[in-house]
Design a protein around this ligand. Structure first.
Ligand code: ADP
Ligand code: MG
Length: 396
């Protein structure tokens, strides 16, 4: 449903819930357009809080903090999906324009509601989620269809970057794994025979305008995104079109305002599976910072400020390489002995654009930054990211 509210113009304060790297890159985009930014994040040292005009250091459910935010911000968005829905509702009740709304965010907070939604959406798009079964009670384990083994048991809430999931091969495995997860609600998903993974990034404005970015092909390592390549080398135009149209129909269907990412699996059989929805900018969309007319963060700003959406056109092939904290510890057996990676070498490659998130402490598996490696052709972009990876000591 389109609303009839006017735009929120530069000079105003925009609010962001969460102060991580996504919030930081949002803040940079907003500030470069002349907005001021207020971050709500409980951590004293947050990547976004350290650069925003205002950092309210409080819990997301702290009513006085939400009131303080509402008093200065015209509009608020979120950088991570586990924001309590009540915080978004409270802000809306206080008269703030909240984009995306809490119902859209909470849909993705629980894998059970998310999978059910994806299953219901199949009618419209012809794309279904992986076969799955909900485990909430001990007895559910005995009713799991045999065909779901081997499967992946995923906790319903708070899982990310492959955390909170484990492969199970038998019902006995499943019982043990569920006990290890303290019997919290879970989804058991059939282990699919993946050919490759892709993600669709779409945005919708308050006036129902919908735009889509080129689909990214994603390579994960240990459950964490390692690389995103655009245009997706393994995807054919028909598949790309199907995926983009599906994501566009989804964002309209849930009446979502802002930027949203949908992850898909393409199976060896050619079948496309919808995996999960992120109600925010996504790691696989970081390539847009250097390779598109409008970055995903600028798009988030435009949507929440009720401005026209920006051009999503790809200007150059790109391979985005994630930088994890592990490389600070290379050649050092002892944790705690860190060395700064050779950024000068990274920057010696033409077309290598370095983004670091200003995190003070490197930890294995922690996302510290990324490098967008551009090239005149996809082959050159990939060659570039291989060279950068080698310089950083990571496997390309
Ligand atoms: P997260 O929230 O941690 O990103 P995902 O559901 O996206 O959780 O799972 C992380 C990764 O694990 C996926 O990107 C994919 O590589 C692999 N994976 C997840 N589910 C399946 C599945 N059903 N079959 C095969 N691989 C899977
Ligand atoms: Mg995922």
């Amino acid at each position: 449903m389109a609303d009839h509210l006017g735009p929120i113009l530069p000079g105003a304060y925009l609010g962001i819930l969460g102060g991580g790297q996504l919030g930081r890159m949002f803040t940079q985009a907003a500030q470069s357009m002349g907005y001021r930014v207020c971050v709500l994040d409980p951590n004293a040292e947050s990547p976004a809080g350290s650069i925003a005009e205002k950092h309210i250091r409080a819990d997301y459910t702290d009513l006085s903090a939400l009131k303080e935010m509402a008093a200065i911000c015209s509009s608020v968005s979120t950088e991570f999906e586990n924001i309590p829905a009540q915080a978004l509702d409270e802000l809306e009740a206080l008269g703030v324009y909240v984009a995306p709304r809490s119902s859209c965010v909470s849909l993705t907070q629980n894998r059970i509601t998310e999978k059910n939604f994806l299953a219901s959406w199949k009618e419209e798009t012809g794309i279904s989620p992986a076969d799955h079964f909900v485990i909430e009670h001990k007895t559910d384990i005995f009713h799991v269809p045999k065909g779901l083994f081997p499967g992946i048991l995923k906790i319903a809430r708070m899982g990310y970057d492959g955390k909170g999931q484990v492969t199970v091969r038998t019902p006995e495995d499943l019982e043990r794994a569920w006990d290890d997860f303290n019997q919290v609600p879970c989804v058991l998903e059939k282990l699919m025979d993946l050919d490759f993974e892709v993600s669709a990034l779409v945005a919708r404005g308050h006036d129902d305008e919908v735009v889509a970015y080129p689909v990214a092909q994603n390579i994960h390592r240990n459950g964490i995104l390692h690389k995103s390549v655009v245009p997706a080398p393994s995807l054919n135009p028909e598949q790309e079109n199907k995926i983009v149209e599906a994501a566009k129909s989804l964002i309209r269907h849930i009446d979502y305002v802002g930027i949203l990412c949908v992850e898909f699996f393409v199976l060896k059989s050619g079948k496309i599976i919808a995996n999960e929805i992120a109600p925010r900018p996504h790691n696989s969309g970081h390539y847009t910072l250097n390779a598109c007319v409008t970055s995903q963060f600028e798009q988030q700003v435009r949507a929440m400020a009720r401005l026209p959406l920006g051009d999503t056109r790809l200007l150059t092939p790109v391979s985005m390489l994630n930088i994890l904290g592990d490389i600070w510890f290379l050649n050092n057996a002892v944790l705690g002995v860190m060395h700064e990676p050779p950024w000068d070498r990274v920057l010696s490659h033409a077309g290598a654009k370095l983004h670091l998130y200003g995190k003070f402490t490197a930890l294995p598996g922690r996302k510290m930054g990324h490098v967008n490696c551009l090239g005149e052709t996809l082959e050159l972009a990939q060659k570039n990211s291989t060279a950068v990876a080698i310089d950083l000591g990571v496997e390309p």
